[in-house]
Design a protein around this ligand. Structure first.
Ligand code: CO
Length: 194
């Protein structure tokens, strides 16, 4: 695909929106007030706004490989702090997905270079849930389970961030959710967190 294609697509997209609401971009340019913060995987098959069918302005988005919230990741922490304290989002949604390449890579011993250091965090998730994972023999099911467990751990990580804890303690209307997206049928599933 040529680069011109993205400009063509963009023009058609913007024209379509302006046709149904001529002031759409004008209104949006003045402010954003999204209710959701989406933390998802960078995977091209898991595009935040499209999956939940929300237009620009409705979702604040952070994506990285395997939808992780690492305590020392200034990028993720800054996004979350801004979302919670300035935008005052009501929901933080961690969305993992089945078939996640990052999760899969963490299950093997192949070296990928720099990214191995990032994937270490999912190896930690495996260590925290060793018994539960060892009990599953089928490799595909184990892979699915790890995708879910990774989401659970990231929800816990968000809940353990100091300013998130304080926001909740101070009675802010803030909820943290864990979801898994199935790339085979396009559907989201809620992950129950203890
Ligand atoms: Co992924």
């Amino acid at each position: 695909m040529k680069l011109e294609k993205i400009f063509e697509n963009n023009k058609i997209w913007a024209d379509n929106i302006k046709q149904s609401d001529p002031s759409f971009f004008h209104k949006l340019a003045k402010q954003q007030k999204p209710e959701y913060l989406w933390i998802g995987c960078a995977d091209s098959r898991v595009p935040a706004n499209q999956i939940i069918d929300l237009p620009p302005g409705e979702v604040f988005v952070h994506r990285n490989i395997a939808n992780m919230v690492v305590h020392t990741d200034l990028n993720a922490l800054s996004v979350i702090q801004y979302a919670v304290e300035v935008l005052e989002v009501k929901h933080i949604i961690i969305t993992g997905h089945y078939g996640c390449g990052g999760v899969k890579a963490s299950m093997g011993d192949v070296e990928y270079g720099l990214i191995d250091n990032w994937l270490r965090h999912i190896k930690d998730v495996q260590r925290f849930h060793k018994d539960e994972l060892d009990a599953v023999e089928d490799e595909e099911k184990k892979f699915d389970l790890l995708c879910e467990l990774n989401v659970k751990e990231q929800v816990k990580n968000v809940l353990n961030i100091s300013f998130v804890k304080n926001a909740i303690k101070n009675g802010k209307d803030l909820n943290v959710h864990g979801l898994v997206y199935d790339i085979k049928d396009g559907l989201l599933k809620n992950i129950e967190i203890d």
